[in-house]
Design a protein around this ligand. Structure first.
Ligand code: GDP
Ligand code: IMO
Ligand code: MG
Length: 425
């Protein structure tokens, strides 16, 4: 048995949460492999709307195990809040949420360092979600991090030692006034840590490989998107983990040959939240129209998302890096009202048109577009692919031909039910 992987092909917020929830009935286990509470994965079903930050999106389906893998970074404060809000919906998690002992902890000072670092950068800031992601992964790679497994072993001593180092950094390097902020959140942090400890800590690499050996199907859930990958994204305007398929190997302890299907999710257009280049960004009324129709405001920070046309140069790059086997197109309904829709098929750089993703996406990169007719149809009530207007079919076929990969699902609304499976012979 192999692990299927579901991940974002753009700058995040493609709709991963929704589709993981839709696909969960096919699997026994859902495992998050990287990122932390910078993620906001939205699920909508039965009049419930829930945003998940750390907990895998399979949590609302019965009799499924959800695993937070070693590649994830966990903030106990946010974790506790998330648990509380899920419990209110009547879902009990204690028996079906397992946490890797090797997942790293976001300490209260990591968040403060994130704030201090962004403030220090001024105009060149990343636009981080300020959840402490960068500083936590920095400590992980610098071999100074604390892991979930440390919580049960002499923790206070290790914590005090790490925090002392962070305080020095804040005082002497950032010259940042941290004392009050730290005092305000330390109690909550330890309360959150107690909640964390009430869950089962596992050696998730053994656990998952044993499941596979026993023919149990597993789905790996990514966070963020390929263009935010630490190695291949629009560096330095990226997050601090490997968001690509390879991240599922390191983030769960899987050998590469264990990877099965790779579901690559993209929006029928493009969004980005935070700073950094975005070649197809629209600064005019069309961008506003997409933002309004798509309710494009961050699930984690509430920030307005930057909007633009679908970028097939970037998508092709993402498909290559991830070995995508099936494409999933989200939010087609957002384009319902458009007379025509543009798709970027190339970049013009210094007078030459290229179809590869360059080292740097600077201002000299200009998108080259083709324009396709819009469908001018309300898609939100559609129940099967047979009801698709011909212009939508042409839009999907155009993308499939350019990518050489089938689109297996098209999403026409935020609800679990608004998901159309496309039959391919
Ligand atoms: P994720 O981070 O990839 O899980 O995506 P987010 O949850 O941050 O953002 C996707 C947003 O679009 C959420 O508000 C979803 O409820 C919503 N959404 C998902 N699929 C669709 C769709 O097909 N149509 C519309 N209109 N909204 C959708
Ligand atoms: P999901 O999983 C969209 C962006 C931030 C910022 C950059 C670095 O919901 O798709 P960080 O907090 O990681 O230091 O921020 O990455 N970013 C996301 N954008 N969706 C996300 O997650 C994101 N997680 C981080 O806006 O530009
Ligand atoms: Mg999101």
């Amino acid at each position: 048995m192999k692990v299927d992987v579901l991940l974002g092909l753009q700058w995040g917020d493609e709709g991963k949460g929704k589709i993981v929830d839709v696909l969960t009935p096919r699997y026994d286990v859902i495992a998050r492999f990287q990122g932390g509470p910078n993620a906001g994965h939205t699920l909508e079903f039965n009049n419930v709307k829930q945003v998940l930050h750390t907990i895998p999106s399979g949590i609302f389906r019965e009799n499924k195990i959800n695993i937070i893998g070693n590649g994830v970074v966990i903030d106990p404060i946010i974790f506790k809040k998330e648990i509380d809000s899920i419990k209110k919906l009547g879902t009990d998690l204690t028996g079906n949420l397992y946490i890797s002992k090797k997942a790293h902890l976001i300490l209260p000072t990591h968040r403060i360092i994130d704030m201090a670092s962004e403030q220090g950068k001024g105009k060149t800031k990343i636009g981080s979600t300020l959840k402490g992601i960068g500083p936590t992964y920095k400590d992980k790679i610098g071999r100074e991090g604390l892991r979930v497994g440390d919580l049960t072993n002499n923790f206070k001593e290790k914590y005090t030692e790490r925090i002392a180092r962070h305080k020095q950094l804040l005082e002497h390097f950032f010259r940042f006034e941290y004392k009050q902020v730290l005092a305000d959140c330390e109690k909550d942090w330890f309360e959150g840590a107690e909640v964390l400890k009430s869950f089962r800590f596992i050696d998730s690499e053994h656990f998952i490989n044993d499941l596979l050996n026993n023919n149990k199907p597993v789905l790996a859930e990514g966070a963020q998107g390929t263009l935010l990958d630490i190695d291949f994204g629009s560096y330095p305007f990226v997050t601090s983990s490997n968001t690509i398929c390879a991240g599922a190997c390191t983030g769960l302890g899987l050998a590469p040959q264990r990877i099965g299907k790779v579901f690559g999710i993209f929006k029928a257009y493009c969004t980005r939240v935070g700073m950094g280049p975005f070649p197809t960004e629209l600064f005019d009324g069309t961008g506003d129209k997409i933002r309004d129709a798509g309710k494009e405001y961050g699930s984690t920070t509430g920030r307005p998302r930057r909007c633009g046309w679908l970028d097939l140069v970037a998508l092709k790059y993402a498909v290559m890096l991830n070995g995508v086997t099936e494409l999933i197109m989200m939010k087609a309904d957002v384009l319902d009202e458009f007379e025509t829709i543009k798709i970027c098929t190339g970049y013009e750089i210094d007078g030459e048109t290229v179809d590869y993703f360059p080292f740097e996406l600077n201002d000299s990169v200009k998108p080259v577009y083709v324009e396709l007719p819009g469908w001018k149809t309300n898609l939100t009530g559609i129940k099967s692919a047979g009801e698709f207007p011909p212009e939508l079919n042409s839009y999907i076929t155009f993308i499939e031909e350019q990518m050489n990969i089938p689109v297996s699902i098209a999403s026409v609304g935020p609800n679990r039910e608004q998901t159309i499976f496309l039959k391919k012979e």
